[in-house]
Ligand binder design. Structure first.
Ligand SMILES: [Zn+2]
Ligand SMILES: [Zn+2]
Length: 318
């Protein structure tokens, strides 16, 4: 008798907890690829939608098709690959022109539906000049070289200016990042109603890049953290701490990430970045190195960030 009452109590409390958690989630994330190298079936790409909708956007597009297949196998979606690719993904946000962030977009383009590709002008120029140029690949876009197939609308964003995300209720603001100065990468601040997420493409720290791009970005998002409106930051950690600063190639290590988080923490004030969701992206194989950097991140997490290590095809909420 006692046992069954306890069981009932536990079931009800877990149920209530789960319900509360589900209600407070603002975005659903389905990672299509989570790594920063070598495994071409698992490269940076994150589907993000306002919770309870199918209006996804894809942040970077390193791996698309395999990621959708894995997500379906994991029951993150209950429909076919074609439906997810063509109807769920409403647009792509490309942080920079490196192949590990665009190869999925290029390869799936003949089988994709009409939608918008968003990027800052430098990245858009790279897409048009080097990939969708009628030589490396047909031009599926609506501007650039060669015959224009016009399946994709190439929408160049203006840094710092809010733009609507077509076919969704979301808006975006893009900020330039430094990824081996002066090479430019991008952070996208995604807004839905009064909730936000921040996705950063590849970036080094301001110290190693001799830049102030992250400082400027942190100044912009600190008020959102203070107001509890920023639901998560996607940021890269490519190497463990023993990677020499001369061999970072515009990337972060746990040490450099935590230095940047300290800057952000100061700007936020009060409880700072405590409990803020931090999604760790772009971890570079081999597995032993990923294990090492994961351990270093957990040990170095003095600010109390909620570290999230995404898995390909496994959905989570923010
Ligand atoms: Zn990369
Ligand atoms: Zn890169």
């Amino acid at each position: 008798m006692k046992k069954s009452i306890l069981f009932l109590f536990l079931t009800v409390s877990i149920g209530l907890f789960a319900q509360k958690k589900a209600q407070s989630l603002s975005f659903r994330v389905v990672p299509l690829g989570v790594k920063g190298g070598i495994d071409e079936s698992n490269l940076s790409a994150y589907m993000v939608a306002p919770a309870g909708t199918k209006d996804y956007i894809c942040m970077d597009a390193g791996t698309v098709h395999t990621g959708i297949e894995k997500a379906i196998a994991n029951k993150a979606f209950t429909t076919g690959t074609d439906e997810v690719l063509k109807n769920y993904i409403k647009g792509y946000f490309i942080s920079h022109g490196h192949l590990d962030h665009v190869s999925g977009l290029i390869i799936t383009s003949p089988d994709d539906s009409s939608k918008t590709v968003y990027a800052l002008p430098n990245t858009m120029r790279m897409l048009e000049d080097y990939y969708f140029n009628g030589e490396a690949w047909a031009n599926f876009g609506d501007e650039g070289k060669s015959f224009l197939i016009k399946k994709y609308h190439f929408k160049s964003l203006i840094a710092g200016e809010e733009a609507n995300i077509h076919n969704t209720s979301m808006q975006v603001k893009a900020f330039p990042l430094s990824h081996v100065n002066p090479y430019e990468s991008t952070a996208f601040l995604i807004k839905n109603s009064d909730s936000y997420i921040l996705y950063l493409g590849d970036t080094g720290s301001d110290s190693t890049e001799k830049s102030n791009k992250l400082q400027l970005l942190w100044q912009n998002v600190a008020p959102l953290i203070k107001a509890k409106q920023l639901k998560g930051i996607f940021i890269e950690v490519s190497f463990p701490n023993d990677q020499p600063d001369t061999k970072l190639f515009g990337h972060l290590t746990p040490k450099w990430l935590m230095k940047e988080m300290s800057v952000l923490n100061e700007l936020v004030g009060g409880n700072g970045v405590k409990d803020l969701n931090l999604v760790v992206t772009h971890v570079k194989p081999p597995t032993t190195r990923i294990k090492q950097l994961t351990k270093e991140l957990k040990e170095g997490n003095k600010l109390g960030l909620n570290l999230i290590f995404p898995q390909q095809g496994k959905a989570f909420g923010l």
